[in-house]
Structure formats: C-alpha cells, structure tokens
Write a protein that binds this ligand. Sequence first.
Ligand SMILES: [Zn+2]
Length: 197
Amino acid sequence: MSAIDDLATELSRLPGIGRKTALRLTYHLLRQPADQSRRLATALLTLGERVRPCARCFNLTEDELCAVCRDPRRDPGTICVVEQASDIGAIERAGEFRGTYHVLGGHLSPLDGVGPDDLTVGALVDRLTEPGQPVREVIIATNPSLEGEATALYVQGQIGAIGVTVSRIARGLPVGGDLEYADGVTIAQALAARRTM
Ligand SMILES: [Zn+2]
C-alpha cells in the first residue's frame, strides 16, 4: 500500500469523510510545504499524549481536573450526566447551565457489547455517596435515542435511592438525534423543561 493510500485510508475513517474527500485532502497536503504536514502530525500526536479524562467527571482535559471542575464559579450542587465529552461543548455553547458534569463514556448498547461496566456509572455513584458531597440534583442528558433512554433509566436505577433529585432533560430534542449537534436554544429549553424521574 502506498503512502498516499495509507493516509487516505486513515482520513476516510473520520466521521463525515468519504474516500473521495480523503483523497482530496491527501493531495492537498502533498501540495503544502512539508512544514505544515509536520505541524499537523505533531498536533495529532500531542493530542493523544496530553489529553486525558478528568479525574472527577471524565471530561477531557490536559490536567488532573477539567476546566469545569476547577472553576469555583460552577455550582457543584448540580451534575449534568452526558454520554460523551463532546456533549459538554454543546451544552456549554447554550450558555445556561452553571453546574458540573459527569461523562458516562457512551450508552448501553448490548449489540455493540457495551454494558454497564463500560460506563462510568460506578464513579458517579461514588461522587454522590462521598461524605459531605454537595450534589442536590442529577440531570440526565443522554441522547434522545433508544440507547440514550435505556441508559438514562439504568443510571436512575443506580442512583435513585441515594436521595438526590434525578431529572431527565425534556424531549424537544429530535428523537434519535445527537445532543452534540443540537442548537443552543433547543438544549437550553430541554434543560429548563427537565422532569423529575
Ligand atoms: Zn471534570
């Protein structure tokens, strides 16, 4: 396999990039100064080396704790539970939520072999049962898909007896859609209209 094919194959694994676009990007890079490709390669390597999950909420960070967990202005009394770290960006862009987060690392999906132990629900239970923990409410903001709903029910089952309010963001997000791609107004409304589970 040639170097051109190699890179095009790797690029075509990225979401939204088909084989044709991958080849176009590859030829584009070939026409650039070698310096530029080297910077891109370095940035990709650095990403993998530096970025890791937050020790508390599993958001992505280059430090022990993520920017949200380190921010003293955030309300530690509310935790918004999301599937992926990228969902946090969508909620932050909506600009309404001032609490903290917990990233599950996906959703339950028996067909794909993703079970409860593959998610960070245990760590969430630990956060909620620490002595003196400040949490009053957990808002479950998993995606409005079948798997997202099943995951929300599972999380509720695990934390329902702890004594904090558990709520679910309102529908209004397109069913089967992805929180990550919803617009800010829709996310803000879904958060505001959340229901206790
Ligand atoms: Zn964090």
